[in-house]
Each structure stands twice: as structure tokens, then as C-alpha cells.
Design a protein around this ligand. Structure first.
Ligand SMILES: [Zn+2]
Length: 191
């Protein structure tokens, strides 16, 4: 995927989530915390998954609400953090944490993955939240969406039926926020 395409994806994702988040009051995370999490990219994908797990736990997502899902054919699992809501419907917020061998993969996609714990934290104490949020750090995206495909295939029909939206973050921070409109649900992208 080209850089431009990745930028488009990132923008697509952010724009998609804004209408949903606009209905919520959320806690702003400090720039220091976001940057500190961004700096914890070092190491291979296993270390990155472990770093994400630690970040989720320190954000308050732990115990039964945090789970590693072993993915067939991959060394690293998907990491799933549940933020329960009052309603039965769900919103998935995802970002892949794996990276290609060339480079450090900070932009693609530690920038997205390291945001997940902060998004959890910003919504955790929001009293009027109805949807259950599923923050999912996906493994094996660069191998061909292996982790995300496995995740979807692991869900039973009733669980899939509860999903109201999926917001995917990829390659954040290269420029202005963009949405990959042609790959998005029109109902979510329309202002
Ligand atoms: Zn990516």
C-alpha cells in the first residue's frame, strides 16, 4: 500500500469516528502521555504487543476486560480491550500493531496502535456512554489482514449483529486527518 493510500486510510478512519465521538463527552489525554506511548515502539512485534498490554492495563483496562486472542498462523495475538456500555450494541476501534521489516513502523502503525489505550482512557469515565467499545490491536495486518480477518471469523452471528461501526486507525500524523471515503460506510462518513 502506498503512503498516499495509507494516509487516506488514516483520514478515513478518523473522520468516521468523529460523528460517534461528537455525541460523547470525553476526557482529553495530555500530550505528554500520548507522546510517551508513541515513544514505546521499540522492539519486535512481540515486544510491541506486550507494551500495548501494559499500556492498556495502566489505563484501567485489565482483568476480564483485556484478552489476548491467539491467531492461527501468527506468533502474536490480537489484543482486545472491552469497555462495557449500557446498551447491547458495540463499536470496534481497531489499529494494527505489527510492522514490516523495513524501518521502525512508527507511522505505520504504532501511531495508530499506541492511541488505543488513550482512547479507552478518554472514554472510560464518560457517564452517558451507551455502546460497548471494543478496542482491538490487530496482529498480522501486513501479512494480509490476517489478525482482523481471524477476529471477525471468530465472532458468532449475534455478536456481529451488535456491531454498529468499526473505526480503523492507520498511519496517523503524516498530515491533516483524512478518511478513506471509498472504503467507508457512507452512513458513517456523511456529515
Ligand atoms: Zn498500516
Amino acid at each position: 500500500m502506498s503512503i498516499n493510500a495509507l494516509r487516506s486510510v488514516a483520514l478515513t478512519l478518523i473522520v468516521t469516528v468523529l460523528p460517534v465521538l461528537a455525541q460523547l463527552r470525553f476526557v482529553l489525554m495530555s500530550r505528554e502521555v500520548v507522546e510517551q506511548r508513541l515513544q514505546s515502539y521499540k522492539g519486535n512485534d512481540s515486544r510491541r504487543e506486550a507494551a500495548l498490554k501494559t499500556m492498556f492495563e495502566s489505563s484501567g483496562c485489565r482483568g476480564n476486560n483485556l484478552a489476548e486472542q491467539a491467531v492461527k498462523g501468527l506468533k502474536q495475538p490480537n489484543l482486545i480491550c472491552v469497555l462495557p456500555g449500557s446498551a447491547d450494541s458495540t463499536i470496534v476501534v481497531g489499529a494494527h500493531f505489527d510492522h514490516v521489516d523495513a524501518g521502525d513502523g512508527v507511522v505505520d502503525n504504532w501511531a495508530g496502535a499506541s492511541m488505543l489505550p488513550s482512547l479507552y482512557q478518554s472514554l472510560e469515565n464518560q457517564p452517558q456512554r451507551r455502546h460497548t467499545f471494543l478496542f482491538v490491536a490487530f496482529s498480522g495486518e501486513e501479512k494480509g489482514l490476517v489478525g482482523s480477518r481471524f477476529y471477525v471469523q471468530s465472532l458468532a452471528s449475534p455478536e456481529l449483529a451488535k456491531m454498529r461501526a468499526m473505526v480503523n486507525m492507520d498511519t496517523l500524523g503524516l498530515g491533516p486527518t483524512e478518511v478513506w471515503a471509498s472504503r467507508s460506510d457512507p452512513g458513517l462518513v456523511r456529515p
